[in-house]
Design a binder for this molecule. Structure first.
Ligand code: SF4
Ligand code: SF4
Length: 301
């Protein structure tokens, strides 16, 4: 029988910002939200994507030979028509400079665990481990459960990054294996939350309450986007949550960055609106949340 696989769009080694210590981050494909500022736009769709990096292309024509319906060489060099693409990846297989890549791969839990175990000495020396992220990992609930069980058999520290928007029944079986929930909290006003992410925050708050009552260790992760959710009401809301749930580690405030612009260009995705990011704002936002009594845990701020 074939081992079930999950759809993964990236594995990143030696990460320092997604949980304690040095970590490997596994990115699950597919998300239930559509945040206006999403910095992993390639993870939202459950479908694979064809990425093309013009800077690496040598106009060799190898891709044209295997897939002339999609790839062409014109006067300006290589160009492509994604609408004719079946995402089988023959073009990426012959593209030696790796200008072409298929984003999204079926990986078994066994393969992923073997890959993350290669970095065990780094986890051991730094108090690190594995972070499961996305996209939204709970969308692939069966695979998520298989993976966390396997990782825990190897005694690895597991952090699960989640947007909180799923049936609570998905969390119940994974809860005993997860050491830390990195729980997104994006906006306090339910209608603004719907406007920014596509859904209300009611289910997200209910799941937070139930996870906390079940004894989960949780770090609240709050992306702050200038002009959208950098409001006093939201800062008060973040502070209130850190006061309400005593077993919450606190809130980590995540500044906006606009790296997604590069990714949407590479993958032919719709452009995102960009927001300003004055460098002094992170400290200012944190100070406001603390003034409202919030527990903020950002390192060195
Ligand atoms: S195979 Fe790669 S390098 Fe060659 S033309 Fe196609 S995209 Fe460019
Ligand atoms: S929840 Fe995360 S991955 Fe999903 S759309 Fe929002 S920012 Fe992107």
């Amino acid at each position: 029988m074939t081992e079930p696989a999950g759809k993964i769009f990236n594995t990143q080694h030696f990460c320092l910002h997604d949980g304690p210590g040095i970590r490997t981050v596994l990115f699950f494909k597919g998300c239930s939200l559509h945040c206006l500022w999403c910095h992993n736009p390639e993870g939202i769709s459950t479908e694979n994507l064809l990425s093309f990096d013009r800077r690496k292309c040598r106009n060799c024509g190898a891709c044209v030979n295997v897939c002339p319906a999609v790839h062409k060489i014109g006067e300006q060099g290589h160009y492509l028509d994604r609408s004719a693409c079946s995402l089988k990846g023959e073009c990426a297989a012959v593209c030696i400079p790796r200008a072409l890549e298929i984003v999204g791969r079926d990986r078994t839990a066994k393969e992923l665990i073997a890959e993350v175990l290669r970095d065990t000495p780094y986890y051991d020396n730094s108090g690190g481990g594995v972070t499961i992220s996305g996209g939204e990992p709970t969308l692939q609930s069966q695979f998520l459960l298989t993976l966390v069980r396997g990782l825990k058999r190897e005694k690895l520290h597991i952090a699960l990054e989640t947007n909180g928007f799923c049936d609570y029944g998905v969390y119940e079986p994974v809860l005993p294996h997860v050491d830390l929930f990195l729980y997104d909290y994006k906006e306090t006003d339910p209608e603004l939350h719907r406007k920014y992410t596509g859904v209300s925050n009611e289910l997200i708050l209910e799941n937070l309450s139930r996870l906390s009552a079940a004894g989960a260790k949780i770090l609240l992760r709050c992306p702050v986007i200038p002009g959208l959710n950098d409001s006093e009401d939201h800062f008060r809301g973040i502070a209130a949550i850190t006061g309400k749930y005593p077993n919450l580690e606190g809130a980590e405030i995540l500044p906006y960055h606009n790296l997604s612009a590069v990714k949407t260009g590479l993958m032919g995705l719709e452009d995102q609106k960009m927001y300003p990011r004055p460098p002094q704002d992170l400290a200012k936002w944190i100070a406001r949340i603390r003034e409202y009594g919030g527990r903020v845990v950002n390192p060195a701020v």
